[in-house]
Design a protein around this ligand. Structure first.
Ligand code: DGT
Ligand code: MG
Ligand code: MG
Length: 345
């Protein structure tokens, strides 16, 4: 397309570069996982296998995209933080988050059977994604504090709620009992009524969420002549930690400090203006025609590896077409689709 008469189509694409020095976060979240978790009979309030599946997908994302150096997830969501100086896809928001969420989702489907050998995946899950630009390291710190507080609040609430249900309370009564309750009240309820010490008895993966961070390890290799050479080996490490937005946690991780910067002070809460900016979603003007174009990433090598027939593989095209039909079925506002090769619009 470059330098061809069709180059003008580039002007149809949105200009959405996240400018330096903003730090790029991509957050993905399961779409209607309330229904998905019921349909697939996830354990309540936390299903260890379902969480592990989310974590495996996040590992795969870190492995695939080397510019992501930190991830944090709980429930049906994950946040991925890219290194400050990343040039990945010219820092274009739509490219970056669509790639990450589509890769995450296909790994989720791919790994389902290994994680749930006794359960069929009954319908295709989908995840939403968005980019959050953090203007400084302090904003990133606030973001992490916000997400981990959300994890804690949701999990503590859900733990109480499902204990009440297990003890025979109807759902509306359990909701009523928890309405307006404070953190301390809920801890007290768990301890007094169910003999549960929230901090000691509930696994940290549920209470704190899961972090993965990219680390660099020095390894020594030996040449044929026996002389030693030092090499850097990249790996990532899973960490469960309280207060990931604290200086104590963050500043101890060399890789995070090097690629993103240090936290200079501890925060007690996230400013509401920041939360507002994290939740901001841009909208198109009413009556704007919306065309969503998807295009396979590195499909040339994908088709080689999977030995697609050349120049056209009828089965591969049929697969694209049946995916497009499923998209039309799921999203009723789509009125028309047209596809060729590895793309659809
Ligand atoms: P959304 O994100 O607006 O499309 O709607 P949901 O339903 O995905 O809502 P969200 O993301 O606020 O909450 C996550 C839902 O996923 C929540 O209803 C509980 C469910 N979920 C996530 N992990 C588990 C799990 O391990 N066990 C169970 N039973 N449910 C889970
Ligand atoms: Mg969700
Ligand atoms: Mg969620």
């Amino acid at each position: 397309m470059a330098n061809s008469k069709y180059e003008y189509v580039r002007s149809f694409e949105v200009e959405d570069e996240i400018m330096l020095p903003n730090i790029i976060i991509v957050r993905i979240d399961g779409r209607n996982f309330c229904r998905f978790s019921k349909f697939h009979e996830f354990e309540k309030p936390n299903d260890m296998k379902a969480l592990e599946l989310m974590n495996l997908c996040a590992d795969a994302v870190l492995e695939k995209f080397p510019d992501i150096i930190f991830s944090y997830g709980f429930s049906d969501e994950y946040s991925f933080v890219l290194k400050k100086t990343t040039k990945f896809y010219q820092r274009r928001a739509s490219k970056i988050h669509s790639l990450i969420v589509s890769f995450f989702t296909s790994v989720y489907v791919n790994k389902w059977k290994a994680q749930f050998p006794q359960k069929d995946l009954r319908y295709a899950p989908s995840f939403r994604s968005r980019v959050i630009g953090c203007a400084s390291i302090e904003v990133l710190q606030s973001y992490l504090l916000w997400r981990q507080s959300e994890c804690h609040l949701n999990n503590q609430y859900d733990t109480c709620f499902w204990q009440l249900i297990k003890s025979g309370k109807p759902e509306n009564e359990a909701e009523e009992m928890l309405k307006g309750s404070l953190k301390q009240d809920r801890n007290e309820l768990l301890y007094q009524s169910f003999n549960i010490n929230y901090k000691k008895d509930i696994p940290e993966i549920f209470r704190q969420g899961t972090c993965s961070l990219r680390t660099v390890e020095d390894i020594v290799k030996y040449k044929e002549d026996g002389s030693a050479v030092k090499r850097c080996k990249r790996k990532f490490t899973r960490v469960y930690s309280e207060n990931i937005a604290s200086r104590r946690f963050w500043n101890n991780q060399l890789c995070l400090v090097k690629e993103l910067g240090q936290f200079t002070e501890d925060l007690s809460k996230t400013k509401s203006e920041y939360v507002k900016s994290f939740q901001h979603e841009s909208r198109l003007m009413p009556s704007t025609w919306i065309v969503v174009r998807i295009d396979g990433c590195h499909f040339h090598s994908f088709s080689d590896v999977h030995q697609f027939e050349k120049p056209n593989d009828a089965q591969a095209l049929n697969l694209m077409n049946s995916c497009a039909a499923a998209v039309l079925e799921e999203f009723k506002d789509i009125v028309f689709a047209y596809g060729v090769s590895d793309e659809y619009r």
